[in-house]
Design a protein around this ligand. Structure first.
Ligand code: PMP
Length: 768
């Protein structure tokens, strides 16, 4: 180890047997010194971070050796007189760090050679591609790592958005992180290998139209290969006029050497933006540590300028522009513009099928918690509960594709898929719910549930909750007050009986806690007492969603079910909207109330978008159904493809801890929205459990006058910020939140901020 008290020049002379004539510290983040010897030879002496391991130094050496095969000067390590590559250098301040002496690479930093010529841009692209083809395949175990700049882990930095104190800039960074988040699924499909990971304007050296050097492999890691190109585009285009035209030249150079796939090309723009966001968040973090360390902040303002320019671009347009010099079909699935579809829809589909939003959207792809429109913009989906484990979840897609290619048939033959699936599903249910029927939709499942109940009891009458919805078939419309009392409804049938919605915020027993639960439960008993014939069934959603995202007060189901059972009726709980872990605390909504129904109905999330429904019941009810003699058969119900998909959904839920995520993120979201009540009088109530949340808007907190028009405006305003929600409840004044179960804490924070900013705007001043 070199002596701690000597100046660095003396240490170098002793260690390397050289005669130093001049030394100066080079600009940049790391501690690098330019060393000139008496014979005029120049070197760079690099001091590594204290925690740099010998294995890493060997890995960097291996990269430099491999890169030297390219016609690029990559600095190679000069060993000490004793043959060491990285002698430990002790300094007067007591620190001891490995140092490396590198050959000097002559050239101008990219950032000092602006504006770049097209030839230089293409040449740069070619060199980045050669890095991918040469370094990419190197298997260096220490490079299988992550670090703060790892673009595949950029999501870890999303929380740092809070350190940025200008709201306009927060929006820019959020936009970039949303592009990042929506790109994750695709990023996981592209080729990976060793990448440089820091091709910035200081690390690329040029001379005239040529790249002559690539420096600093200190951030290298195994990553998608396309990340190097995106990182280079993020930095090298800073303050370049018409950056995407320049980027297209780089991309063309790259593509000529290593052809990009359409997916890789589509990833470039989101990755460029997210690298800038990463850099800006890290700069914000560093400012807290030492605001005077200029080297940390050199790219900050140019990065803000770039992100401002990029944030207004459609990602599809950006992809088109970046690939304008090459033949590659990006976003080949974009289809017709949404306005063209609006006209076609009018002439092809009945107006009875309405479309969401005053300004409807068109989507071309689903990715996790995001839907992508035809311009490439990702929308945060807080609304669709069907894509339960995430839109187009790769494991679910793969399970369906594999089974589709193997066998698809009906349930009159033995297949493993049907029984494996029912075993797995019934394992999530309490006894005595043991017998299942697989069908194709929530409606079909509710129809069958009614048939089971009626067959078992030999009765007809059904008790339902006010404003309930259970499906679109004729019988289900008859038991759905939301429909039979709504526009075009034919009114209540004599065999249908309505009990009050167990709403703790509105309704006859509001605000009484558990007493309200018991009172609402007793109201079911009162309905039974008034009935001329005893009920076949009582049907309710475990947490009524169409009814306004209601969390029934404790004791409701215990009391209601006791009355129904005492009258010999069957209890059907509809978990179509709320099942499968959505409530966070349990797999099934009814478990929160400590009850077990006689029949459970499942749909929507069960197949992550594949048409699937299941009815599970007791052995006794299943037997009565069989004993009645009429056969049950559904052509598609229970086919092996549906079962494989349903099974994959259960596996993903378990493996990704989605119920726990719903609990944690749902709580952040609900509590964050609830905290907004201090500032926004329009919010009368925020309720929910897990990722089942309702935000009820009122004109006046005393009278609870529903703010129906404003709820609709809020949903539209959220859509403009590319956040999907909807309204529900008898007055359509409850904002419904129930998106995919993998929504992150950052998504929740972003959504809360959007609610806050929109409600703070001029449209939403309350009148009362
Ligand atoms: N039950 C409930 C509670 C529902 O919300 C729905 C659909 N919105 C259904 C049943 C019917 O399901 P499907 O549309 O799959 O027929």
């Amino acid at each position: 180890m070199a002596s701690p008290t000597l100046p660095l020049a003396t240490i170098l002379e002793q260690t390397y047997g050289m005669q130093v004539s001049a030394m100066s510290r080079l600009p940049g983040e790391n501690e690098n010194h330019l060393v000139t010897t008496t014979d005029g030879t120049r070197f760079v002496f690099k001091l590594a971070e204290a925690d740099t391991t010998p294995e890493w130094i060997d890995a960097e050496h291996a990269m430099a050796e491999a890169a030297s095969e390219l016609a690029i000067a990559v600095p190679r390590i000069v060993p000490t007189t004793r043959g060491e590559r990285a002698p430990v250098i002790s300094r007067t301040d007591g620190s001891a760090r490995p140092g490396r002496l590198l050959e000097f690479v002559d050239g101008t930093m990219w950032g000092e050679a602006l504006p770049p010529s097209d030839a230089l841009l293409r040449n740069t692209g070619r060199h980045i591609a050669r890095l991918a083809t040469t370094l990419g395949p190197l298997d260096l175990p220490p490079a299988r790592r992550t670090h703060r700049w790892d673009l595949t882990a950029a999501g870890d930095l999303r929380g740092g958005v809070a350190l940025i104190n200008r709201p306009d800039r927060v929006r820019l960074v959020e936009h970039a992180f949303r592009l990042w988040a929506a790109a994750q699924q695709d990023l996981a499909t592209v080729p990976i290998g060793l990448i440089h990971s820091d091709l910035n304007d200081e690390n690329v050296l040029v001379e005239a139209d040529r790249v002559v050097g690539i420096l600093d492999f200190g951030d290298a890691l195994v990553n998608p290969l396309v990340c190097d190109l995106a990182i280079a585009l993020a930095y090298l285009l800073l303050d370049v006029p018409d950056p995407l035209a320049a980027g297209a030249q780089v991309v063309a150079g790259y593509h000529a050497e290593r052809p990009l796939t359409p997916t890789e090309a589509e990833l470039l723009f989101p990755l460029m933006c997210s690298r800038l966001a990463v850099s800006l968040v890290i700069a914000a973090e560093r400012r807290q540590l030492d605001p005077d360390r200029e080297a940390w902040f050199v790219t900050e303002e140019p990065a803000w300028r770039a992100l401002e320019q990029y944030a207004i671009l459609d990602p599809v347009e950006a992809a088109d522009r970046l690939t304008e010099q090459i033949e590659l079909a990006v976003y080949a699935d974009r289809g017709a513009p949404r306005d063209a579809l609006a006209t076609r829809r009018e002439s092809r589909i009945s107006g009875a099928l309405s479309i969401s939003f005053d300004t409807p959207v068109k989507f071309i792809r689903g990715r996790g918690s995001y839907l992508i429109d035809e311009r490439g913009w990702p929308y945060l989906d807080l609304y669709n509960n069907v894509c339960h484990v995430g839109h187009c979840h790769p494991r679910v897609v793969a399970a369906g594709q594999a089974q589709m290619a193997r066998l698809n048939t009906n349930t009159r033959y033995h297949t493993d898929a049907l029984l494996d699936y029912l075993d797995a599903l019934c394992d999530t249910l309490p006894d005595p719910l043991t017998h299942g029927f697989v069908v194709n939709s929530g409606s079909e499942a509710n129809e069958l549930a009614l048939r089971l109940a009626r067959t078992h009891t030999g009765r007809e009458d059904v008790i339902v909750l006010e404003n309930a919805y259970h499906g679109h078939t004729n019988t289900l419309i008859d038991i759905s007050p939301y429909k039979f009392e709504g526009p075009g409804g034919q009114g209540q049938k004599p065999w249908v009986h309505m009990a009050p919605m167990p709403d703790g915020y509105r309704g006859p027993c509001k605000g009484q806690g558990r007493d309200a639960g018991v009172a609402y439960g007793n109201a079911v008993g009162e309905v039974i007492a008034r009935m001329e014939r005893p009920p076949a069934a009582f049907i309710a959603e475990s947490l009524p969603s169409v009814g306004g995202q209601i969390v029934p007060p404790d004791g409701f189901f215990e009391t209601a079910l006791a009355h129904v059972r005492a009258a010999g009726g069957v209890c059907i709980l509809d978990e179509v909207q709320v099942g499968f872990g959505r409530v966070g605390t349990h797999v099934w909504g009814f478990e929160q109330q400590g009850v077990v129904p006689d029949i459970v109905v499942m749909g929507k999330p069960i197949g992550n978008g594949h048409p699937l429904g299941v009815v599970v019941t007791t052995e006794a009810i299943a037997h009565s159904f069989a004993d009645a003699g009429m056969e049950f058969f559904s052509t598609f119900g229970g086919n092996p493809v549906s079962c494989a998909i349903g099974h994959a959904v259960l596996d993903v839920m378990r493996d990704e801890g989605l119920q726990q995520n719903a609990l944690e993120v749902g709580t952040v979201l609900r509590d964050g929205l609830r905290a907004l009540m201090d500032r926004h009088l329009l919010i009368g109530d925020v309720r929910g459990t897990g990722l089942f949340i309702g935000v009820e808007l009122v004109e006046n907190r005393e009278t609870r006058e529903p703010a129906t028009a404003k709820a609709r405006q809020l949903v539209e305003a959220l859509r403009q910020r590319r956040i999907l929600t909807g309204t529900d409840g008898p007055f359509d004044n409850v904002i419904k939140i129930k998106g995919p179960m993998g929504i992150t804490r950052s998504d929740a924070v972003e959504a809360i901020r959007a609610f806050d900013e929109i409600l703070g705007g001029p449209t939403f001043a309350p009148s009362g």
